[in-house]
Design a protein around this ligand. Structure first.
Ligand code: GLP
Length: 248
């Protein structure tokens, strides 16, 4: 399989990371209002969501026709839980813009059967075809995950129910009030769904991303660092702050 060199942009200031990342979404929706866009959660893209919501409030852009797919969701989890990605997307982005509910898709953490829900979500992705743009974060430390594609995920993986790695579990525990509230698994788009996008950007900030970023850009491509499969894609841009780039 052909291997590509990703574009790498490094900024001193986190706000420039947010600006550059949001410019990809704004340009995409500006040039094609009915774009299909896959979005991530986590603390890293929060600044980008603020800038995108601001651009909408200032009348610079409309998301009315855009189709949004989320990368992942915990399972099982109530939509009303402040730790759910459903809640995150609504409070940080969707409730602040003009996107109708019918144009936004997030795996259903309340579904009875996560395997069936994964299959349904995958069919929905297939129905809309490839994403025009996929925005990614990256898991912390040695996880190097995208979505919840943990170590062991293959490049041909599709949307499925996965168990969280111990490192992911420990890192994300802080987003839950009680340990008992945190699910041990999630529904995630697979690597092949992600690679199916026309264009991909990956945003990373902070020193706990530095090992993964270097591993993914300069190491071998393999299931032990799932984000490394991004090098099979011809149009990927890594948008990094200084700390995340320090091992490159
Ligand atoms: C979770 C999400 C990922 C995200 C990662 C990083 O694990 N499933 O999609 O990239 O968190 O989160 P943060 O930006 O908070 O470091």
């Amino acid at each position: 399989m052909k291997i590509y060199s990703p574009n790498v942009k490094i900024f001193d200031d986190d706000s420039d990371v947010d600006k550059y990342a949001s410019s990809f979404v704004i340009n995409q929706v500006g040039s094609k209002p009915y774009s299909v866009i896959t979005l991530p959660t986590g603390s890293t893209p929060l600044g980008m969501y603020t800038l995108l919501s601001d651009a909408y409030s200032e009348g610079k852009i409309s998301f009315r026709f855009s189709i949004f797919f989320n990368l992942d969701e915990y399972w099982p989890i109530k939509k009303s839980s402040p730790s759910s990605y459903y809640y995150y997307m609504n409070t940080n982005f969707f409730n602040k813009i003009d996107s109708p509910c019918s144009n936004r898709f997030i795996p259903n953490g309340e579904a009875n059967d996560p395997n069936l829900e994964s299959e349904k979500y995958n069919n929905l992705l297939d129905k809309y075809g490839e994403s025009d743009l996929t925005v990614l974060g990256i898991g912390p430390g040695k996880t190097a995950h995208i979505g919840f594609n943990e170590v062991g995920s293959d490049y041909n993986s599709k949307t499925r129910y996965v168990l969280l790695s111990q490192e992911t579990y420990n890192t994300n525990l802080k987003f839950f009030n009680k340990k008992e509230d945190m699910p041990i698994g999630a529904i995630t788009q697979g690597i092949s769904n992600i690679l199916n996008s026309k264009k991909i950007i990956l945003i990373a900030k902070g020193a706990n991303k530095a090992w993964g970023i270097n591993r993914v850009i300069n190491g071998h491509i393999g299931t032990d660092a799932p984000a490394s499969f991004l090098r099979y894609h011809p149009d990927v841009t890594f948008i990094l702050d200084k700390d995340a780039s320090e091992m490159l």
